[in-house]
Design a protein around this ligand. Structure first.
Ligand SMILES: Nc1ncnc2c1ncn2[C@@H]1O[C@H](COP(=O)(O)OP(=O)(O)O)[C@@H](O)[C@H]1O
Ligand SMILES: [Mg+2]
Length: 398
């Protein structure tokens, strides 16, 4: 038996996002996956309105059934400190006379937050400041892949096939809707998909068969985001998803799945509310029923796409595919997919515990690689500037 101190992992979930509830479930799966003899799991729950909490009751999924969990005994406020000295959480940050603040040091962080304020680079920026190893994409890759417009631009540049699109801002739509409708309909035929640039879980997405529906879909989508994207619908196609794990020069693509929708496209309800535990196995076919050749091609494209956005940790990459014609289009890259894609890796011999442990190792090596960079570059610039005085200087940066 080794007497090594357990690794302290903070698992963050919830968040100020339309995918808050999904994240509570993902966070719970992640926390349960860490073996108790080797890991100390610190739950961090971010409420819908952005308040941070920690404490044991947050480890139990049932406690989230009503919204009262944050008032339970044992739940306290916390914040993640950006100050590298703390290397972790400040518990009770606003302690008064009868309670005190404390530091809880962390070895690594596992953000299980989906969508905005979680999967988009914002949380990752905080982890970078704190200099704590964290699971998943770094700031740039998270922000980039969270944006459907930019993702497709980068994919085209990297020779990864994507559907054509037109993107515009909410202001452009409000200023001259007729001009935009003309631009869209002269390029694409119906059905046309309308999406907010940065949401997930199909929220705000519409599929329009007519001009009237196109207008109302854009109206709806523009409530959710400042930037919008429209693209032709792929008809008679199927969806295929592939997960990728890796960092540095080792990348692995998982078995493929075909998620099966009940309607024209996978709605939020399809994904999470049919059945009790979210998307059930009956709603997906694994391995996806396509040829070995097409399977391999999608795996290869997945690794290529993952690398193109400086991917690290894990992602689930989603495709629109027409098997008869061998057409494959990357639809999106999810850097914190629902259930972290555990179920896909089970097919490749990884248990859920294997996946979380691998992701923590990748996080630690990414942090170690970053530490090889120099951030401290001493100069005598300040001394020179102060001797010279500020008057008449032409600025210090060229
Ligand atoms: N161009 C398209 N053609 C056909 N179906 C699409 C298209 N774009 C999206 N869909 C359908 O809509 C769903 C949600 O779109 P997606 O781009 O994945 O957004 P989200 O980030 O909300 O998951 C997809 O899973 C797919 O079923
Ligand atoms: Mg999707």
């Amino acid at each position: 038996m080794s007497s090594r101190r357990p690794t302290t992992i903070a698992v963050i979930f919830g968040g100020r996002s339309v995918e808050h509830d999904v994240s509570i479930v993902t966070g719970n799966q992640v926390m349960d996956a860490f073996p108790a003899d080797r890991y100390e799991v610190v739950p961090i729950y971010i409420s819908r309105d952005g308040k941070w909490y920690t404490g044991d009751p947050l480890r139990t999924l049932k406690n989230f059934e009503d919204e009262n969990v944050v008032n339970m005994d044992g739940v306290i406020s916390c914040v993640l400190s950006p100050d590298v000295r703390h290397h972790g959480l400040i518990l009770n940050p606003l302690a008064g006379r009868f309670s005190k603040s404390e530091i809880k040091r962390l070895d690594a962080i596992f953000p299980a937050v989906h969508g905005s304020h979680g999967e988009d680079g914002t949380l990752q920026g905080l982890f970078e400041l704190a200099d704590i190893p964290y699971v998943g994409y770094a700031t740039m890759g998270s922000g980039l892949t969270n944006d459907k417009v930019i993702t497709k631009m980068v994919m085209r540049q990297s020779n990864v096939p994507v559907l054509d699109d037109i993107h515009f801002s909410r202001d452009e739509w409000l200023d001259d809707p007729d001009a935009l409708i003309e631009k869209i309909t002269s390029k694409f035929t119906y059905p046309i998909f309308v999406k907010p640039a940065t949401l997930g879980s199909s929220i705000g997405i519409g599929r329009a068969d007519s001009e009237q529906l196109l207008r109302s879909s854009i109206d709806i989508a523009s409530n959710f985001d400042r930037r919008l994207i429209v693209e032709p619908a792929m008809t008679n196609g199927i969806e295929i998803n592939c997960s990728v794990m890796g960092f540095g020069n080792e990348f692995e693509a998982s078995t493929l799945e075909q998620p099966v929708s009940w309607d024209e496209f996978l709605s939020y309800e399809d994904k999470y509310l049919r059945g009790n535990e979210g998307m059930k196995s009956a709603d997906r076919v694994i391995p996806a029923p396509i040829s070995d050749e097409l399977t391999q091609r999608i795996k290869d494209i997945s690794i290529q796409a993952f690398k193109a956005v400086d991917g690290r940790g894990i992602a689930r990459i989603d495709y629109l595919v027409k098997p008869e014609t061998n057409e494959v289009y990357l639809n999106e890259i999810n850097t914190m997919p629902g259930s972290v894609s555990f179920y896909l890796w089970h097919e490749d011999g990884y248990s859920t515990t294997d996946v979380v442990e691998k992701l923590v190792k990748l996080a630690q090596s990414a942090n170690a690689v970053k530490r090889r960079n120099l951030y401290d570059y001493k100069t005598n610039l300040v001394a020179v500037a102060s001797n010279r005085g500020t008057k008449g200087t032409k600025g210090t940066k060229s």
